[in-house]
Ligand binder design. Sequence first.
Ligand code: SF4
Length: 412
Amino acid sequence: MTDQSTTAGDGLRPDEISAYSALEDRVRAGATMPLTMAAPRRGKPPRHWLDLSRDERRDAVRGLGLPAFRADQISRHVFEHLDLDPSGWTDLPAGDRTRVAEAFLPSLLTSVRPLSCDGGTTLKTLWRLFDGSLIESVLMRYGVPGVRASGSGRNRATLCISSQAGCGMACPFCATGQGGLQRNLSAAEILAQVMAGARSLRDGEIPGGPGRVNNIVFMGMGEPMANYKAIMATIRTLTATAPQGLGISARGITVSTVGLVPRINQLATEGLPVTLAVSLHAPDDELRDELCPINTRWNVAELVDAAHGYFVATKRRVSIEYALIRDVNDQVERAGLLADVLRRDGGHGWVHVNLIPLNPTPGSKWTASRRRDETAFVAALERRGVAVTVRDTRGREIDGACGQLAASVAAE
Ligand code: SF4
């Protein structure tokens, strides 16, 4: 990472720093966690305007003794102007502003530590939630003229968001997985990450001039499909046109999963043209059982069948995420096996493989592949006609093992 904007440990409490150091120690020691499917019962975040559907918003304002038309007024401030502070909403009587703030707009996220890199075009934020849980989001702007680190191509912005505090999927190479699952995020807590990123772009805080979020990827902390209801509510609000939502195209949204097959099947029936990303990481059950313990529940064949079913139902090409881990899953033979496993109807036109150079936990056995092995892996896939991309180094910083910012902040 380059030109970080703050110093190590800023904003984190000593107990949080030692907790995250302990998670990294677990990864180094090769410790394993049990798989956790159901979120522990913990205090729920306060109800927020962002949690509600259009009908619920109307009912909610009526419940406060206000006329129903106030609901659309509030939504215009929230979704069109990205404004969550009613104190300046002059079209509402002053007394009503206070009541609306108290009833519907509690503070959900507190920025603990923003980190900026890549010439300011990558902004990572560590957030503290109402109960002290920590999550992260990452905003990446591409194609900014004059900023080489932002890459080439069209000027666009992608936001990577968290769906859970912690993660119950127990992948052994991932510090988040070694911390276990704290709780599901509410739809409002997920949407609030998007609103914060959208405000930063709109207000010109990211080089490249005022802009907007083009792509949203559910690849931060957590397994999105394990928090399905909140994810669906989030996507419905993201894609609703203003003033009922943020008006973001469903085609710009990517939902990732490490392999919750029934939820993939369910997503295929929602009628939403979002992209599905499957974190496969190994083409054979023996290795995948180790890398992604969820594989002991739904194996590679079942997972790839479900992913292909998603393609058939939606006509959206599926992304296959594959973290390249040195001497673990990066052999040329495994590339061949991966191509075999992904072949459907005689070809690979339904998938795109994203190879991710692992962002390693220092001192652990899980580390990034050698460059020559990476090159050979790519060539083996291409020879078999598989579309493949190696993530750039920006992606590497955040995607190697989803949800690593909290751990890496403590380790700096
Ligand atoms: S790699 Fe992703 S799915 Fe696996 S434990 Fe980490 S956050 Fe969860």
